[in-house]
Design a protein around this ligand. Structure first.
Ligand code: FES
Length: 138
């Protein structure tokens, strides 16, 4: 299948090799509905997926160590608070107190050895301030 070029609004996330199969997730800062939030990207069955790091049960971050989301069998994304389990490729709740909930996906794209993410109406990039100009007396 030919590799599709990322859209112009793609934002660079990391080198593709940084996300190893069922390995540690990459955490990144975003604005969710205008508020600071954290997202994560991980590789599962060869695909890169990304979600907002926010459980569907209670809106808290889920990783049991920074960037560690998968259970001991590396099968499900698990919330460290009360054990909700999510299907990694779709983010749907499969067990635990998350009901019919789903993790909020972040659109990602992998091309030419790089991983990109796409902002949406709800999930925006964090804009860091420009460094202040050096003081120069008048
Ligand atoms: S906060 Fe995630 S399972 Fe309760």
């Amino acid at each position: 299948m030919p590799e599709v070029t990322p859209r112009p609004d793609a934002l660079p996330l990391c080198a593709a090799g940084e996300l190893v199969e069922r390995g540690q997730a990459l955490l990144f800062d975003v604005l969710l509905w205008g508020q600071p939030a954290r997202a994560f990207a991980l590789r599962y069955e060869g695909r890169v997926v990304a979600y907002i790091n926010r459980c569907a049960h209670v809106p808290v971050e889920m990783d049991w160590q920074p960037g560690e989301f998968l259970d001991i069998d590396k099968r499900w994304i698990v919330c460290s608070i009360h054990g909700a389990s999510y299907e990694p490729l779709g983010g749907h709740c499969v067990a635990g107190p998350c009901g019919r909930g789903r993790l909020m996906p972040v659109d990602v794209h992998e091309a030419a050895g790089r991983v990109y993410w796409y902002p949406s109406r709800d999930v925006r990039p964090v804009i860091f301030d420009e460094p202040a100009a050096p003081f120069s007396p008048a």
